[in-house]
Design a protein around this ligand. Structure first.
Ligand SMILES: [Zn+2]
Length: 126
């Protein structure tokens, strides 16, 4: 029954590899969806800021406080976008250049797009 055991084990290994790959794809799809949602949210906030600014110029309403509030929201959404982008790159064994946001090799010392020296792993954990 050695052969049968080997066949069973091979099938089981293949199934667990497939399951792992599937869960990686699911996690990656979820992240890409989240990224898309955050980018849409960002566009909506920018549109609101534009409308508030337009209203304040057009009719003299002071919208400074509302615009400042939305500016803080932009910062939060941008941070979430950066987090998702970095996580997606990490799943592909890549990293994101902190200067130009290009997805580059994890071991790159300099960014091939903008030339920025990449932080070492100890520097990036500050
Ligand atoms: Zn770069």
């Amino acid at each position: 029954m050695k052969l049968w055991d080997d066949v069973t084990k091979a099938a089981s290994d293949a199934a667990s590899k497939a399951a792992k790959k599937t869960s990686e794809l699911t996690a990656s799809a979820k992240l890409r969806y989240k990224l898309h949602t955050e980018q849409t949210r960002l566009s909506v906030i920018y549109e609101k800021i534009g409308r508030l600014y337009y209203d304040s110029i057009k009719s003299g309403i002071d919208n400074t406080a509302k615009i400042a509030e939305l500016t803080a929201e932009v910062e939060a959404v941008n941070a979430e976008i950066a987090r998702c982008t970095a996580k997606l790159a990490e799943m592909k064994r890549k990293r994101v250049c902190p200067a130009c946001n290009a997805e580059i090799d994890k071991d790159s010392v300099f960014c091939p797009r903008c030339g920025t020296k990449q932080p070492t792993s100890t520097e990036s954990k500050e």
